[in-house]
Structure formats: structure tokens, C-alpha cells
Design a protein around this ligand. Structure first.
Ligand SMILES: C[S@@+](CC[C@H](N)C(=O)[O-])C[C@H]1O[C@@H](n2cnc3c(N)ncnc32)[C@H](O)[C@@H]1O
Length: 248
């Protein structure tokens, strides 16, 4: 960490990924196009998989123009929106300018890989949909360390990330379909293990006609003081995950 608390970006692959993701207005047109698909995506798979989470303090990574945040703010006590690009946060601020609460929305522009403004063990639920799919594997690794730090014991994460790394290891997302990164489902499990998180379930699925391009991973930070409660929550989650798979 440097004196401002932000991480140094040692890897050139990570640096290149952040340069690509910071290209001016890279996502602007996409934000408008994507708005109409969130209703269906929220119905399936998002809501059935997150509905039992504790929404007291939610951290959303890469909110873009806020199509997910729109829904999360109806559930959360506090909603932290963290984006690398200021223009995305400006769109969120404009979108929610008349939001009267009770959810408190906080906006944070970050360095693209760390969360120095979020207190240790203060978050009950980490959420990211259709953003971390673009993050190069070392960038995801950096966020995983941060998720382990900021999650409360017993807290959960729902992260949509790339699995395209099983097809190509190229770290340049501009060479991949739908700007998918070289991240993989297996690597996500490894990152969880390295950071003391438990990945309870995952789903590899097609995106934009590319088989196995994406993955949803769900994970929990164990609670050493409430081992039985955390175990029971994982069992309940696994049961509802299986039920969801059978009924979709
Ligand atoms: C494709 S948009 C998705 C936005 C939103 N999740 C949605 O579903 O509409 C990707 C978002 O991730 C943000 N982003 C890209 N790289 C990032 C990084 N390393 N850290 C945080 N945000 C990042 C972009 O600024 C953009 O807002």
C-alpha cells in the first residue's frame, strides 16, 4: 500500500487492464443499451440467488449507471457504490438525486483494485454483476483480498466474473469477446481459499453465445464465533441453490 492507503499496481497486466477500463466513456453507450436487460437478469438468475442475503451494508463494485443499484437501494440499509470511473458515479448520483432513503447511498471512486475507504468487517454483502467480468485476474485477486478484509464474519459475496481464461489466457480484454478477461472459475475458488473465504457455489454459463464465458461465484466469510450459524446458513444456501438449479 502507498501512503494514501491505495495499492500499488505491480503487475503490467493489471495496469494494462485498468488503462483499458479507464478509456474515456468506454461504457457510456453500453449503459443505455444494457438498461433494458436488467429486469430479466434480476428475475433470473440474480434475485433467486441473493434473496436470503443480509442487505444491512451492501458493497457494489462497478455500478456503472446504477441499473443494479436501483434495485439494491430498495433492500440495503447502506449501499456503497465503488467505481473506477468518475463519470459512472456521476450518472449514479444523477439517477438517485431524488432518492429519499431510508437507504444511505455512498459513492466512492477508487484506484480500480482496492477499497481503502471501507472499514474492516463492515460489509454484510458484496455484490457485482456484469463488471468484474472485465477485470484481469490479478485485479480480481486484489479485490478478493479486500472483500476478505471488509466483509463481516458470516457475510456473503455474489460476484459475476469471467471464466473466459479457460479459453484464452491473454490478459488484453480487447482481444476477447464481450471484453471478457482471463479470469477462471477455478482461480476464483483459489483466491477465496487464499483469503480465508469459502466459495459455497458457482455456475459457469454462456454469455453472448460464448459457451462457458462467465461464472457466478457465491462465497461466505466464516464466522469463528458463530460456527454453527454460519454452517447452517451455508447449508440453507446450498439447498436453495440446488432447488433453483432444478427448477429453472
Ligand atoms: C460494463 S459496466 C457494468 C455496470 C453495471 N454493473 C451494470 O450491470 O450495468 C462496467 C463498470 O465497471 C467499472 N469498472 C471497470 N473496471 C473497474 C475496476 N477495476 N474497478 C471498479 N470498477 C471498474 C466501469 O467504470 C463500469 O462502470
Amino acid at each position: 500500500m502507498n501512503p494514501t492507503g491505495e495499492k500499488d499496481l505491480a503487475g503490467t497486466a493489471a495496469r494494462r487492464n485498468l488503462e483499458t477500463c479507464a478509456k474515456p466513456e468506454l461504457w457510456q453507450d453500453w449503459f443505455d443499451e444494457a438498461e433494458c436487460s436488467i429486469e430479466d437478469q434480476w428475475k433470473d438468475p440474480i434475485w433467486p440467488l441473493i434473496r436470503r442475503m443480509d442487505f444491512s451494508t451492501v458493497l457494489e463494485v462497478g455500478p456503472g449507471a446504477g441499473r443494479n443499484s436501483e434495485r439494491l437501494k430498495e433492500l440495503a440499509g447502506t449501499l456503497h457504490l465503488v467505481d473506477f470511473n468518475e463519470y459512472a458515479l456521476e450518472l449514479c448520483k444523477r439517477r438517485f438525486q431524488d432518492h429519499a432513503g431510508p437507504c444511505v447511498i455512498r459513492y466512492h471512486q477508487n484506484d480500480g483494485c482496492s477499497l481503502p475507504f471501507i472499514d474492516d468487517e463492515s460489509v454484510t454483502f458484496v455484490y457485482s454483476w456484469d463488471s468484474m467480468v472485465h477485470f484481469e485476474r490479478t485485479v480480481v485477486g486484489s479485490y478478493m483480498q479486500e472483500f476478505a478484509r471488509v466483509l463481516k464474519p458470516g457475510g456473503w459475496g455474489f460476484v459475476h466474473h469471467s471464466n473466459y481464461g479457460t479459453i484464452s489466457e491473454n490478459s488484453d480484454i480487447e482481444q476477447a469477446p464481450h471484453l471478457r478477461s482471463n479470469m477462471t472459475s477455478d482461480l476464483f475458488r483459489t483466491f477465496c481459499e487464499e483469503n480465508g473465504l469459502l466459495r459455497t457455489s458457482f455456475l459457469v454459463f454462456a454469455w453472448g453465445g460464448v459457451e462457458g464465458a462467465d461464472c457466478i461465484s457465491i462465497f461466505q466469510k466464516p464466522d469463528p464465533d458463530r460456527k454453527f450459524a454460519a454452517w447452517r446458513a451455508r447449508m440453507l444456501h446450498r439447498l436453495s441453490w440446488r432447488f433453483w438449479l432444478l427448477t429453472r
